[in-house]
Design a protein around this ligand. Sequence first.
Ligand SMILES: Nc1ccn([C@@H]2O[C@H](COP(=O)(O)OP(=O)(O)OP(=O)(O)O)[C@@H](O)[C@H]2O)c(=O)n1
Ligand SMILES: C[C@](O)(CO)[C@H](O)COP(=O)(O)O
Length: 294
Amino acid sequence: MTDITPTDEEQQRVVPVVAVVLAAGSGVRFDPRNPKQLVMLGGKPIVQWCLEAFEHSAAVTDIMVVVNDRVREPVEHIIETTGMTKVRAVINGGAERADSTQAALDTLARFGVPGDAKILIHDSVRPFVSQRQIQDCVDALDEFTAATVADPSTDTVLLTEALGDRKVIKSVPDRRFVFRAQTPQAFRYATIRRAYEFASQDHGFRPTDDTRVVVEYLPDEPVAIVAGSQFNMKVTTPEDMPFAELTAAIITRTSAKHDMRQVLMSAIDELMGGSDTTDQPGAPQQPAPDTQAR
Ligand SMILES: Nc1ccn([C@@H]2O[C@H](COP(=O)(O)OP(=O)(O)OP(=O)(O)O)[C@@H](O)[C@H]2O)c(=O)n1
Ligand SMILES: C[C@](O)(CO)[C@H](O)COP(=O)(O)O
């Protein structure tokens, strides 16, 4: 494992924390005529939920969005009209997910991002990433060079092989060790860059996520698991929409209640002569991690 213990001088420096939001997919399994990253969910496009989560994160310093020609204009419109301040670039992706990540890594190199920068790569179609998950990814990189949000499998997973024209079970992994990969997937820049350099020599390699690139090509670098949840779902097919709509409605309601409590507490605070009520019993609490106000 690479030694990433910072020197005193390095500790004084602010390490960039860059969120890369991948939105260059064509959503074939959803509806290729209707890019899913732009589909409205609880009153705003799916990609906007993700962008706002990173914009509001205290840990994230910069955001890069990876798009295709079809979605570029609407995505730029969202960034402009919502007044996001952390988006540094909207770049073109590639044919496959890994090509889009590669495009982001190349752009970061051109920007001169340091090797110890923390890079969080996120699917634009996982709208409900929580502030806790983002922060836990950032923190995990103080100990590891790679980490991924993942959710323990509640299903028993079957690994299969072909037998004639059927599939039969080859093995059944112990469920206690089985997790479902989610995003963000987080890396020190030098680590993910090196893994992708190796992968680029291997033309048949088609990873569906970024941690796999580290697992395959840098097997000595452990990839830490960060707690995910079922709410950090990916919108993959139209069947995912009812659950997504329900989750969006719950978050919007919780967030509205939270805002109302904030207004009331400030009013009370003013009436009481300006005492700080935010740390006292009954002071407004953050909504539960998975339903944090965005
Ligand atoms: N060439 C690609 C392919 C995917 N993605 C992004 O990576 C995430 C992966 O989610 P997935 O459900 O696989 O998205 P799509 O590739 O769009 O879906 P499909 O495989 O059904 O076409 C999405 O945010 C997608 O926009 C990307 O930026 N560039
Ligand atoms: C990165 C990912 O979201 C992890 O669950 C996933 O691998 C993305 O793409 P997929 O094509 O749906 O597997």
